[in-house]
Design a protein around this ligand. Sequence first.
Ligand code: TYM
Length: 330
Amino acid sequence: MYFSGIQPTGKMHIGNYLGAVRNWVKLQQPGNQNIYCIVDLHALTDKLTIDHEIKFDQNTKSDTLSLAATLIASGINPKQSVFFIQSHVPEHAELQWILSCIAPKNWLNKMTQYKDKKKEYSTLGLYTYPLLMAADIILYQAQYVPVGLDQKQHIELTRDYVQRLNSLFKLNIVEPQYLESTCPKIMSLRDGNKKMSKSDAIDGNRINIDDSKEEIFEKIKRSKTDSIPQIYFDQDKRPEISNLLRIYSAFSNLSMEQVIEKYLTKTTVDFKRDLSELIANELNTIAQKKKQILNNQSELEQTLKEGSMKAREIASKNLKLIKENIGLLV
Ligand code: TYM
């Protein structure tokens, strides 16, 4: 069973697409059970800003619908995969509470994502974020979790919770495994040592899934490269061009060797133009399908409701088993 999730934070980019979503689509094969979730409760941790005044970003509903349409347009098939919204299945938050009662607090202190994101006024939700993520995975007894490299530590923590549950309560929950795509870490367009990220304040550092052809050409044109005229891969000495080569390879479905051979005698300008064209073509196909899906919002909402009913059937059974074993009256 494959389970994964993505936050509706408004700016899905090609890092999310290549690092996770395209792999989710590939994994939809006969014989595989796939469960994919839009984690709107996780996204709440990203909403609060406290500066001179307290602000709470209210776009979750429209961001959720927009992301659902993007994912279906990218190839997630709700007839083949269980596709749903996290907050429609209350068992997620319920299991999070149970996990918080068996997990030592210091396990959360080592989480790098919390260390990176925490500010002077962080919420408790940001701190306990990994517990909700572990609950997402454990509720479905997922065997594989296809995510980008930045989420690997969370999967390892989930394994620790599973081991603790199993040993404390004689359960037999599956230990989930991190499953990597061919692009586990797409980097920023202007800093090859920094991850492409939704929360990056500079929009030019990433290509958003909703960017227009003109925006894509402009961002790739301005992306950082070095003064060496030849195009070749060298992660350590040339992280920026190596990142663009990886993106090219992923969008063209050519191997790295094939891409390098193709551009051996071409200029960076030629390479960047062709790369822009490749990305723009694929994102344009997604944009066209997404538009059609959003034109029929009630059908989309119905699809998500049906998905959450299927998810709840699995989640409630597994949660009941855990509740019984830990000694609650069910
Ligand atoms: P999120 O919404 O930040 O990102 C969604 C997916 O995109 C991957 N990703 C990347 N991959 C390659 N290069 C990048 N630059 C890049 N940036 C992001 C992420 O690794 C992720 O796979 N905590 C998760 C959501 C979540 C989840 C879960 C995932 C909640 N519960 C249970 C799996 C299972 C997150 O914030 O993803």
